[in-house]
Design a protein around this ligand. Structure first.
Ligand SMILES: Cc1cc2nc3c(=O)[nH]c(=O)nc-3n(C[C@H](O)[C@H](O)[C@H](O)COP(=O)(O)OP(=O)(O)OC[C@H]3O[C@@H](n4cnc5c(N)ncnc54)[C@H](O)[C@@H]3O)c2cc1C
Length: 451
């Protein structure tokens, strides 16, 4: 039986314009009761896709295959380092997705598939058939990109923690136990990487924590890049909170809108850009030294955020191209390399969309909608995607980047112009409100994906 619904005024308008925001997608129910959608990865992208498939059509059978029985949130994980959160706070249960929506979970690791018989195989030798396969495996970290660095070194001495877990706990322990006046070096990654403002937020939160608990400590960001998203607003926060002097070119660029203080005292925090030799070359875990193009830094704690590519299973299933990420049809996120497979989240190539939880969530809704429409024999409407990344320069200093995206000339492009960032002349109240929004987002976003 086909259920039709009258579109709301907003949906009607959107459809008339040929656009439909994923947030406005109606609850749909169609006749394809037997369709089985299998999802690889129960992180942000996979969980959201599972939930919205069921919301759009409760008769579809949805199975999530996930390595771990509990999801460990990457977003918010830097707050374990500065004691705003505990490791347990990162854990998210799959119970609500199971009990409220009837989503089936298989806790196993996907190791291969047969695209002809449409069967996924797992580490424990299960074979699971599908009609459509959604893959959202996140990233893998390329530890070997730096001489002297490896997963074993990351597990025992120089953690990354960009995929949260035991390395996050080790890093927290090292940072909180760092000797008085010690040096913490954070090696930022090259583009593209998960959570563009994340490394800089992490450095800021630790600078704030050290200024209370270890006031002679130093925080050094070494970076292969010369800029980063939210750089102006983030560094303005550092300038106000930690006496950080912005590079001269930034001061010049920003001077029309805001007065940037020039501090005579040396800041605890420094940022060595690519053009100043900030690119990491080598890690010496035994001596706790990091070598960049410019210098060898003797450190007490090093946090390496290595280059990234799509999660290993994307390679195994033949979904990634030479870039290390997965090409997709921008309209539906269907793989361009394998039939009946969709790739979303950090693993996908989504042009101007950042590798963020918000992006993975909004992409998941587009895919859920595209699949439901295809099963009903209809074409999905032209999608719009959104992203907002909130970030903290300090506990009460919030900022953001907010964008809307649309397909232009076959690529996902940003369509908002001005107003992407917290204004440089934002009032103290707006800045504080930004920090409250960040905290509220962590809660409401998790609920949208997992509850
Ligand atoms: C410090 C930090 C802060 C961040 N802050 C923000 C923020 O403020 N806002 C924001 O929007 N984003 C933020 N992010 C980014 C966000 O967490 C990721 O972009 C998001 O989790 C990507 O979702 P995903 O589904 O692609 O991958 P993930 O959420 O990583 O999910 C992938 C899942 O796939 C599973 N998996 C992988 N391989 C297999 C396999 N073979 N078989 C079975 N299961 C498998 C994994 O176990 C995992 O559960 C942050 C990230 C970090 C590290």
């Amino acid at each position: 039986m086909v259920h039709t619904q009258h579109p709301s005024r907003r949906e009607w308008l959107a459809q008339a314009l040929g656009l439909l925001s994923v947030a406005a997608a109606p609850s749909l129910a169609f006749a394809q009761q037997s369709a089985h959608i299998v999802i690889v990865g129960g992180g942000v992208g996979g969980a959201t896709a599972a939930k919205y498939l069921k919301l759009f059509n409760p008769t579809i059978k949805v199975t999530v295959i996930e390595k771990n029985p509990v999801y460990v949130k990457p977003y918010g994980s830097s707050e374990v380092l500065n004691q705003h959160a505990k490791m347990d706070d990162l854990n998210v249960s799959y119970d609500a997705l199971r009990s409220k929506y009837g989503i089936r979970f298989v806790f196993d690791t996907v190791t291969g598939f047969d695209p002809v018989t449409r069967t996924v195989s797992t580490a424990s030798r299960q074979k699971i058939g599908y009609d459509k396969l959604i893959v959202s495996p996140g990233i893998q970290l390329m530890y070997e990109a730096y001489a002297g660095y490896s997963e074993a070194v990351a597990r025992t001495a120089v953690p990354s923690g960009w995929i949260p877990g035991e390395q996050t706990a080790l890093l927290a322990k090292q940072l909180q136990g760092m000797r008085a006046g010690g040096t913490f070096v954070l090696a930022a990654p090259p583009n593209p990487y998960r959570c563009p403002p994340g490394p800089y937020e992490r450095a800021a939160l630790m600078t704030e924590w050290f200024s209370k608990h270890n006031p002679t400590a130093k925080v050094v960001i070494v970076d292969p890049k010369d800029s980063f998203v939210t750089d102006e607003t983030m560094m303005l926060g550092w300038n106000r909170l930690y006496n950080f002097n912005l590079p001269e070119d930034y001061v010049k660029k920003m001077s029309a809108e805001v007065e940037v203080k020039q501090h005579s005292v040396t800041s605890m925090l420094s940022w060595v850009r690519g053009k100043d030799g900030g690119r990491t070359l080598k890690i010496d875990a035994r001596q706790m030294r990091i070598e960049t193009e410019a210098e060898v830094i003797q450190a007490d704690v090093i946090n390496v955020i290595p280059p990234m590519k799509a999660g290993q299973v994307a390679m195994t299933l033949g979904l990634a191209d030479g870039s290390g990420f997965c090409p997709v049809d921008r309209r539906t996120f269907a793989s361009t390399l394998q039939p009946n497979v969709y790739v979303i989240g950090d693993a996908s190539i989504a042009d101007a969309m950042p590798k963020s939880g918000f992006s993975a969530n909004t992409q998941a809704k587009v895919v859920a909608r595209a699949i439901v429409e295809e099963l009903a024999g209809r074409t999905a409407p032209e999608p719009l995607w959104e992203n907002t990344c909130y970030a903290l320069a300090g506990k009460d200093y919030g900022l953001f980047v907010a964008d809307v995206f649309k397909i232009i000339d076959g690529k996902i492009a940003r369509i908002n112009g001005q107003g992407r960032y917290l204004p440089l002349n934002a009032t103290p109240a707006q800045i504080k409100l930004g920090a409250r929004y960040q905290q509220a987002w962590l809660r409401t976003f998790t609920a949208d994906c997992f509850a």
